[in-house]
Design a protein around this ligand. Sequence first.
Ligand code: IMP
Length: 181
Amino acid sequence: MGEFTLRPLISRDRIAAKVTEIALRIGEDFAGEPVILIGVLKGAAIFLADLVRHIALDASFDFVAVSGYGGQRQHSGEVKLVKDVDDSLADKNVVLVEDILDTGLTLTYLKNLLLTRGPKALKIAVLLDKPDRRIQPVVADYVGFEIPDEFVVGYGLDFDNYYRNLPDIVTLRSDVIEARS
Ligand code: IMP
């Protein structure tokens, strides 16, 4: 796991500018109304923390956790809720916040689940989108960056819980992934 395996993809400055831009759009879309951000643990924690501090509205947040990916390259196809939100989402403006939209299985599951809670509005914000990998046709309302089909880590994204604390988003060489899976 030497540093030679990591290649810069998106710098912290570009991330910060994009997060501010998404926060402004959320502020405009829900002008004057409260919003609740729902982050998907653990990957979205850092994105959510930065995003919520730039939203100029009455903004609160909560988290959900799902299982089904397990740090592996291939999705198991099955998503289960491991941690639910604490409070009712009925009649609330909800923004589901995820680190990356990959196959779309996680967000399809979560979107359908949250819609059963009767929100007033439900939007999806993702920092990264890998459109080439999509299995379920879910579309995010706010997308930070579209990226190619490469495994990325940093800014909350992990490989086996490594690298979440990197301030920049970097690609991890596939030979390392194969060696550790
Ligand atoms: P999906 O259900 O395939 O869209 O998976 C979304 C989840 O897969 C994300 O929340 C990440 O945890 C994980 N994931 C997908 N691609 C990457 C990646 O390139 N790096 C790190 N995690 C990833």
